[in-house]
Design a binder for this molecule. Structure first.
Ligand code: ADP
Length: 213
């Protein structure tokens, strides 16, 4: 079953996706990672994306759809995709339905992590991600895990867009563009809301319960 993890930036989508990948053998599809990867490859598309991301804007639907389609058609990931941070607009949500339908797939569960703005700030400012294993940790909350990280703490890096100014722009974009997606999905039978301000372990356990059903 494919899953959508939904919520504002810093809600903990990447953190939880990491657990689901390991426990339930899923493929994590983060359009943010797809976009950042394109930037790393320094393609002309990558340069265009870099400019948008550093201004806190979203990449165009067309850019995201092109990158996304490449993963959806991969048979290795069939019915095992966890969408982390996608879709972010109504156009993307409708497009996702269409692309999945074209490959005889659908969304099994939609999980919304609900967290308010104050909590998000600390999470985003302290966020570090491992360049090797993709694990996400936090400089305020995970000091010892960072010191003892098995890949080596030098691989734990900050994202360029994780600063207060960009966060404010990203949060505003979330409210205006992404919130309507929530209204679109919340009517579905397979929609589940979780309090994202609770501990990582509590959220993981709630997600496991949802996936068992
Ligand atoms: P998103 O993918 O939704 O943007 P992340 O998973 O990257 O969010 O989490 C953002 C930051 O908050 C990271 O530094 C992460 O370690 C931390 N974090 C995630 N979930 C929690 C939680 N439930 N409690 C405290 N900190 C969290």
């Amino acid at each position: 079953m494919n899953i959508i993890l939904f919520g504002p930036p810093g809600a903990g989508k990447g953190t939880q996706a990491n657990f689901i990948v390991k426990k339930h053998n899923y493929f994590q599809l983060s359009t943010g990672d797809l976009l950042r990867n394109e930037v790393k490859l320094k393609t002309s598309l990558g340069k265009e994306i870099e400019e948008l991301i550093s201004n806190g804007k979203f990449a165009s639907d067309q850019i995201v759809n092109t990158l996304l389609r490449k993963s959806i058609v991969n048979l290795k990931f069939r019915d095992r995709i966890i969408f982390d941070g996608y879709p972010r607009s109504i156009v993307q949500a409708k497009n996702l339905d269409k692309v999945l339908d074209g490959f005889n797939q659908n969304i099994g569960k939609i999980i919304f992590l609900n967290v308010d703005r104050q909590i998000i700030e600390k999470r985003i400012i302290g966020r570090v991600t491992c360049e090797i294993c993709n694990m996400t940790l936090n400089e305020f909350f995970n000091k010892s895990e960072i010191e003892l990280h098995p890949c080596g703490k030098e691989f734990l890096v900050k994202r360029k867009d994780d600063n207060l100014q960009t966060l404010i722009a990203r949060y505003d974009t979330y409210i205006t563009t992404t919130k309507p997606v929530l209204d679109f999905y919340s009517k579905n039978k397979n929609f589940n809301e979780i309090d994202g301000s609770s501990s990582i372990e509590e959220i993981t356990s709630k997600i496991n319960d949802i996936l068992k059903v």
